[in-house]
Design a protein around this ligand. Structure first.
Ligand code: NAD
Length: 488
C-alpha cells in the first residue's frame, strides 16, 4: 500500500511529517497511516503541476490519450488488488468493487483516452474575408476534491477528462479513503505520465481542501461532496475568480406507477438504494409509489431487504458492507430516531445489526420508513441504506412529491406506459432520469445536477467542456475593411 503524498512524480512525506489514520470500516482496525497534506504540501503540488503544464499542453493530444489508455490497461491488470484495496478502505463489498467500481474506473480512463484527439474546435461562419476558428484551450492547473463514497471511480471521473483536455492536476482524496487514489498515482508513474502532471494530496478539507480552493495558481476547482461544503467552495473560489464545478448531494425520487412491472421495479429500487450501502448521491432514497400497488410492492421489497446479505465486505458473497465510518453510521442512525420522532413507521431495519461478527464495524441494516413526504428525513440527504416511502394517487401528485425537495440530481420512474414515461421524465427536476431502471452511469453520458445538487457535468463531451475554455481566433484572410481612421 502506498502511504505517501504523490507530488512531482515522487512519493514524499508531508512537510511537517503529519499522518492520517485510515481505518477499515469492517472492524475499525487500522488499515494504514497515510501522509497528511497541509497547505504547504498543496503549494508544492501546485508548483509541480504548474511546471508540468506547458509540456503537457504541447504534447500531441493522441499521446496524452495513449497514456490514458495505458493507464486503463494497467488498472485492469491490477484490478484484483485495487478492488480489494477499495473494499478495505471504504467497506464497499468486493463483489461491487470487482464488478463495477474498478471496471468503470478503467472504462472512464479509456473513454477519455480515446476522446483526447477527437475533441475538436470549430470554424464560425462569420462575415466574408475572415476566418474565425475556435479552439478548446486547457485551463492550466485544476484542483479536484473528491468524497469518500466512490474514491477510485471518482479519480477517473475527475482526472480523465481534465488530462485528456491538457490540464495538470492537484487531486485531494477524502481524508478517510485515500488508498485507491494513491495506487492510481503509482500506476500513472509506472505507465509513464510525466512528473507533476498529476499530484495527489490526501488531507482534511479545512486545511488541504481549503488551500486548493484558495490557491491563486489553480484555474478551476472541481468539487464532489456535500451541498454545505460545496457552498463554501464556491464562496472561497470567488476570491481568485476560479471556475467552479460542483457535484453535490441528492435525494433521488423513484416513482413506481400502478402499471409498472413490479418484480423489475422491486429489484431496481433495491439496487438504487442499497448499492454501496446507500452512500451514493444518486441513491433512490425516496420511493414514491402508487397507492394501488403499494402493499404488494412493499411486501416484496421488505422481504428482499431482509434477505440482503450484510457482512464482511471482503467476502465475495456479501451484498452490503459497512458504512465508511463510525461517524457516518451514527449520523444515519440519528435519522432513524428522527423518523420515529416525526411519526414514521420503520417497515424494516432501523438499527445496527446485532450479529457479533459485525458489532465492531460501521454497519446499518437496510432500512425502509413510511413517513410524510414533508418530514425532515424525506427532504434531507441521509446518505445511507435508508429509504422513505410515500404514496400517491395521480401522476401530478407523484411529480409534486418528487420535485418538492431542493436537490435535483438523479431520479427514476417505473411504468409500461410510453407517453407517461417520457412526460414524467421531462417534468422531473433532475440532471439524470432513469426509466424502468435506476442509477445507470456511463463515461459518455453527462452526470450532474441542478438546484442544491450543484452545477456543471462530469463525463462525456460536457466534461471536456468543463476543462477547456473556447478561444476564438480571427484571421483577416482577404477582407477589405473600410478604414475607421482613414488618415492612418
Ligand atoms: P464533504 O463535503 O464533507 O467532503 C467532500 C470532500 O471535500 C472531502 O475530500 C473533504 O475533505 C473536502 N472538504 C471538506 N471541507 C472542505 C473545505 N472547507 N474546503 C475544501 N474541501 C473540503 O462530503 P462527504 O461527506 O465526503 O461526501 C458525501 C457527500 O458527497 C454527499 O452529500 C454526497 O451526495 C456527495 N456526493 C455527490 C456526488 C455527485 O456527483 N453529485 C457524488 C458523490 C457524493
Amino acid at each position: 500500500m502506498q502511504t505517501q503524498l504523490f507530488i512531482g512524480g515522487e512519493f514524499v512525506d508531508a512537510e511537517d511529517g503529519g499522518r492520517l489514520e485510515v481505518l477499515d470500516p469492517h472492524d475499525c482496525s487500522l488499515l494504514a497511516n497515510v501522509a497528511e497534506a497541509k497547505a504547504t504540501d498543496v503549494d508544492r503540488a501546485v508548483e509541480a503541476a504548474r511546471e508540468a503544464s506547458p509540456a503537457w499542453q504541447r504534447m500531441a493530444a493522441a499521446d496524452r490519450g495513449r497514456l490514458l489508455l495505458r493507464l486503463a490497461d494497467a488498472i485492469e491488470a491490477d484490478a484484483e488488488n485495487l478492488a480489494l484495496l477499495e473494499t478495505r478502505d471504504t467497506g464497499h463489498p468486493l463483489r461491487d468493487t470487482r464488478n463495477l467500481d474498478v471496471p468503470r474506473t478503467a472504462a472512464t480512463f479509456r473513454y477519455f483516452g480515446g476522446m483526447a484527439d477527437k475533441f475538436q474546435g470549430s470554424v464560425v461562419p462569420v462575415e466574408p474575408g475572415f476566418l474565425d476558428y475556435v479552439t478548446p484551450e486547457p485551463l492550466g492547473v485544476v484542483g479536484q476534491i473528491v468524497p469518500w463514497n466512490f474514491p477510485v471511480m471518482f479519480c477517473s471521473w475527475k482526472m480523465a477528462p481534465a488530462l485528456a483536455a491538457g490540464n495538470t492536476i492537484v487531486l485531494k482524496p477524502a481524508e478517510i479513503t485515500p488508498m485507491s487514489a494513491l495506487r492510481i498515482g503509482e500506476l500513472m508513474a509506472e505507465v509513464g505520465f510525466p512528473a507533476g502532471v498529476v499530484n495527489i494530496v490526501p488531507g482534511y478539507g479545512h486545511s488541504a481542501g481549503q488551500r486548493i480552493v484558495e490557491h491563486p495558481d489553480i484555474a478551476k476547482v472541481s468539487f464532489t461532496g456535500s451541498t454545505t461544503v460545496g457552498k463554501k467552495v464556491a464562496q472561497g473560489a470567488a476570491e481568485t475568480l476560479k471556475q467552479v464545478h460542483l457535484e453535490l448531494g441528492g435525494k433521488g425520487a423513484n416513482i413506481v406507477f400502478s402499471d409498472a412491472n413490479i418484480p423489475a421495479a422491486v429489484g431496481g429500487t433495491a439496487f438504487g438504494i442499497f448499492h454501496n450501502q446507500g452512500q451514493a448521491c444518486i441513491a433512490a432514497s425516496r420511493l414514491i409509489i402508487h397507492e394501488a400497488i403499494a402493499e404488494e410492492f412493499l411486501e416484496r421489497f421488505v422481504t428482499l431487504a431482509q434477505s440482503i446479505k450484510v457482512g464482511d465486505p471482503k467476502d465475495p458473497a456479501t451484498e452490503m458492507g459497512p458504512l465508511t465510518s463510525t461517524l457516518h453510521r451514527d449520523r444515519v442512525l440519528t435519522y432513524v430516531d428522527k423518523a420515529r420522532h416525526d411519526g414514521g413507521t420503520v417497515l424494516t431495519g432501523g438499527q445496527a445489526p446485532t450479529d457479533p461478527g459485525l458489532a465492531q464495524g460501521c454497519y446499518v441494516e437496510p432500512t425502509v420508513v413510511a413517513i410524510s413526504p414533508d418530514a425532515e428525513v424525506a427532504c434531507e440527504e441521509v446518505f445511507g441504506p435508508f429509504m422513505t416511502v410515500h404514496t400517491f394517487s395521480t401522476d401530478d401528485e407523484a411529480l409534486a412529491i418528487a420535485n418538492a425537495v431542493d436537490y435535483g440530481l438523479g431520479g427514476g420512474l417505473w411504468t409500461t406506459n410510453l407517453s407517461r414515461a417520457h412526460r414524467v421524465a421531462r417534468e422531473l427536476r433532475a440532471g439524470m432520469v432513469w426509466i424502468n431502471s435506476y442509477k445507470r452511469v456511463n463515461p459518455g453520458s453527462p452526470f450532474g445536477g441542478v438546484g442544491s445538487s450543484g452545477y456543471g457535468r462530469e463525463m462525456g463531451f460536457e466534461a471536456m467542456r468543463e476543462y477547456t475554455d473556447p478561444k476564438a481566433i480571427w484571421v483577416n484572410v482577404d477582407a477589405q475593411i473600410p478604414p475607421f481612421y482613414p488618415r492612418g
